[in-house]
Write a protein that binds this ligand. Structure first.
Ligand code: SF4
Length: 553
């Protein structure tokens, strides 16, 4: 593909009708920046900010940072300023971004579904301890997120990451964000196909490639050959989903245009079969369509899902085949998830006679000591390493049968339970008001205390119930696809005061977590709860559900 960025002459696409109104699509010649984000990307490729961080900002300090870099291009390096402490959620919408900015950063480090061995875990742990005040969260995008990072320390952190083959590059920004892979890729006995080589090749070719560093907005990737759909393919911009063609064997279906946030849509399924070695080209084709045809006029309409919704599957496939791949794709029915347990918590046999062990921190929160301890555990028992999950959990891979008990005990000593309660296992929370500038309410701490309350009140539960706690409408912890999807907002308490609370979405699911795969929860307008009353609310709803279920059985 030619580099279509910033071209002065539009290419000819005679078979694609011009949209009714200008949406800022490069392929229709709309190359003039239509908003400040587009202007910033046109002014300078965001990838160039790395050099300025290493050679200028880290040496001269926070006050030397160009605001356009600070609140724009830094994101391509996985860096966001974190929220200034002490500003309540009522101020989120009324203050300017700079008034919310702290002088510290969140740094997101991508794992891209890779196995983290002892060197990686020790490096991640040391960065947390030395530069991030001990913080580290496992996000539902299989990242490690740090807080309290100072600009002066960023080059040293990158050196430590580089030394173990890790990076924060394009972990944020309008770029190919971190990939989701199967935590049990290559070892699960029931796996259809291992997507790891494809993910590695996409990363090698395209992360940091200027051809894909200016996308209309974020671009999320998932690739897994596990039948539980453990990399949540329904809610990514592009997903490669393991499937078996009756003649050709294992390969991947291609799903496009999924995403949550304020206009949630599940991905559309192309119903094709793509062999492993052609996945990187297909990825580049979909990313290329997004770059060239994606809407750039309004940020709120810039995700791929809006283009897919307007085009439909047939046109999307036609453009992909004709303009980007130069070949027709093979038809194949789209796969449905057929296994539960997408978080892989617990002890499970691998296909090679060893075991993998999934463990649950509470709402993904770990720290430097835990990461370092994990590295020690992997080293001591000769395990293959650890993978992060799309459910804020982790899985130790390649444990010999004789060591299973000791590794389970070692995980327990680190506070990582392998037989967690339903509440600990199936509750997730986004970053929330502690560090996020967009947040309206607290999430991590509230979710942790909620887990403790529910473990006390409803200790035994015979059916999985998921709770996703989000600090604002952006749905980073997947508001719409949990049994209890909680969207942070200010609500009125019994005395008419505005307090932290949640809009509730009920009965959603993703993959095969619930009774129905990929199902949006119901949002009832009046269904709001204060943060203080959340424990009572969930307890009442669950108890009523358990009684109704028994009486109607
Ligand atoms: Fe921040 Fe909102 Fe995302 Fe939570 S959902 S991390 S509050 S942007």
């Amino acid at each position: 593909m030619p580099d279509l960025r910033f071209q002065s002459e539009p290419p000819r696409h005679t078979d694609v009708p011009r949209p009714r109104r200008a949406e800022g699509q490069w392929s229709f010649g709309y190359t003039e920046p239509l908003n400040k984000n587009e202007q910033s990307k046109k002014d300078d490729d965001p990838l160039h900010v790395r050099d300025r961080i290493v050679h200028i900002y880290s040496k001269r300090g926070f006050d030397s940072i160009d605001p356009a870099d600070l609140r724009g291009r830094f994101r391509w390096m996985g860096l966001y300023t974190q929220r200034k402490p002490g500003i309540d959620g009522g101020k989120t919408a009324v203050l300017e971004e700079e008034e919310l900015d702290d002088r510290f950063f969140m740094m997101r480090v991508r794992s891209d579904g890779a196995l983290l061995g002892a060197p990686q875990l020790h490096a991640l742990g040391s960065i947390s301890t030395d530069f991030a005040r001990g913080t580290a969260d496992i996000s539902d995008r299989e990242n490690i997120q740090y807080h309290w990072i100072e600009i002066e320390n960023v080059p040293e952190i990158w050196e430590r990451l580089d030394a173990v083959g890790m990076t924060s590059l394009e972990a944020c920004g309008d770029s190919p964000r971190p990939f989701l892979g199967s935590p049990v890729a290559g070892v699960a006995a029931d796996e259809i196909i291992d997507a790891t080589p494809a993910l590695q090749e996409i990363k090698r070719r395209y992360i940091g490639d200027p051809a894909f560093s200016n996308l209309p907005r974020k671009f999320k990737t998932s690739a897994s050959g596990h039948p539980s759909h453990d990399a949540v393919p329904g809610i990514n911009d592009v997903s490669f989903v393991g499937t078996v063609h009756p003649e050709h064997g294992p390969g991947f279906d291609l799903w496009v245009g999924g995403g949550l946030s304020v206009n949630p849509r599940f991905a559309e399924k192309l119903g094709v079969w793509i062999p492993l070695d052609e996945v990187p080209d297909a990825w580049a084709g979909v990313a290329g369509i997004f770059r060239d045809y994606g809407y750039r006029r309004l940020r709120s309409k810039a995700r791929l899902k809006f283009l897919v919704a307007d085009w439909g599957v047939a046109k999307f496939r036609e453009v992909l085949e004709n303009e980007y791949l130069g070949k027709k794709l093979v038809d194949c029915p789209s796969p449905e998830p057929t296994l539960r347990g997408a978080d892989h918590v617990g002890v499970h046999p691998q296909k090679d006679g060893k075991f993998y062990i999934g463990a649950a921190p509470v709402v993904g929160r770990v720290n430097g000591e835990i990461l370092t301890g994990l590295g020690d555990l992997v080293e001591r028992y000769g395990a293959a390493g650890v993978r992060l999950t799309a459910h804020q959990k982790l899985v130790v891979i390649g444990v010999a049968e004789a060591d299973v008990e000791a590794v389970v005990a070692g995980l327990g000593e680190l506070g990582l339970e392998t037989e967690p309660s339903n509440w600990r296992r199936l509750t997730m929370a986004c970053t929330g008001i502690e560090f996020c500038k967009l947040a309206i309410v607290d999430t991590k701490d509230r979710a942790r205390s909620l887990v403790a309350e529910l473990e006390e009140r409803i200790p035994d539960l015979d059916t999985p119930i998921t709770i996703n706690v989000n600090g604002c409408p952006n749905a980073c912890a997947r508001t719409q696809v949990a049994d209890f999807g909680l969207k942070g907002q200010l609500v009125l308490d019994d005395h008419g005061n505005q307090v932290e609370g949640f809009q509730v979405h009920l009965g959603g699911s993703i993959g095969f977590e619930g009774e129905v795969a990929d199902n949006f929860g119901r949002k009832l307008r009046a269904h709001k709860v204060t943060s203080v009353a959340l424990g009572d609310y969930v307890t009442t709803v669950v108890r009523n559900y358990l009684v109704d279920r028994s009486s109607s059985a």
